[in-house]
Design a protein around this ligand. Structure first.
Ligand SMILES: [Zn+2]
Length: 251
């Protein structure tokens, strides 16, 4: 089995990671429960899992990713917000590694899913796959994620926990059967699960969206391939300052 995630259709075209930029940006904070070293190590594990280059981590309003030019991984930027993570209850190397597995999954998934919730659930699923393959303890990550209430951009915590758990099961199942765990194989199983959970997702979405999108207009270009801004026309200027929808993938 490959040491990375069998993400072979991109491996040959991207340069190796050097991690140079990871040392500088977030030294103005000090905390014992999430140290800079832990963040660097988490980002390395997450990038290594997908076999994609390590990219800079900057202080941001939330923990997020900017994928920028969708044709390359090299210009991606990861956001880090210690206070946000701590307030979610994230602590320890294992859960940080899964947080950044989620963010790096966004990098690999660019525009596969036009639906915000499906993309978020896909990222949670890959966190579960990573945990299952490498024996990463996911209790803290799952509890923190499962405890969130849904929004326009993010599904309800119960759904997120379900997809994390499913990812772990799939990875274990494939390994138990001696199968190679590939990106494509995981996407196929993920799509089955999205199909199976369709009604439940619709139900949760109806609850959440009826409150959150009150008075908001849907953006006419939402879902168009390559068009990556906020899903609504509520007045933000898109990826860098959106507070309601997708663009900056908070959490
Ligand atoms: Zn996300």
């Amino acid at each position: 089995m490959n040491d990375n995630f069998g993400f072979n259709h991109f491996d040959s075209s991207v340069p190796g990671a050097d991690g140079q930029n990871l040392n500088t940006p977030y030294q103005d904070f000090n905390s014992t429960s999430i140290t800079d070293e832990m963040v660097i190590s988490a980002v390395q594990k997450a990038c290594g899992f997908f076999g994609i280059p390590e990219v800079p981590v900057v202080n941001a309003q939330g923990t997020c990713v900017w994928s920028n030019d969708p044709s390359t991984y090299d210009d991606d930027v990861l956001g880090f917000n210690r206070q946000e993570l701590m307030s979610m209850g994230i602590s320890g190397e294992d859960s940080l590694a899964l947080v950044y597995t989620h963010e790096c999954a966004h990098r690999t998934l660019q525009n596969i899913y036009a639906d915000d919730w499906e993309e978020e659930l896909a990222c949670d699923f890959f966190a579960g796959v990573h945990a299952g393959m490498r024996g990463i303890n996911m209790a803290n990550f799952e509890a923190a994620t499962g405890d969130t209430s849904g929004s326009v951009s993010h599904p309800s915590g119960a759904l997120r926990a379900d997809f994390i758990e499913y990812g772990r099961e799939i990875a274990k199942e494939m390994m138990d059967r001696g199968m190679e765990v590939t990106y494509e194989g995981c996407i196929a199983r993920l799509n089955e699960h999205l199909h199976d959970k369709d009604e439940l997702i619709t139900e949760y979405r109806a609850h959440v969206l009826s409150d959150e999108t009150e008075g908001m207009e849907r953006h006419p270009n939402k879902g168009v391939k390559g068009y990556k801004v906020c899903a609504t026309s509520h007045g933000c200027s898109g990826a860098t300052d959106c507070d309601a929808a997708y663009g900056a993938y908070h959490r």
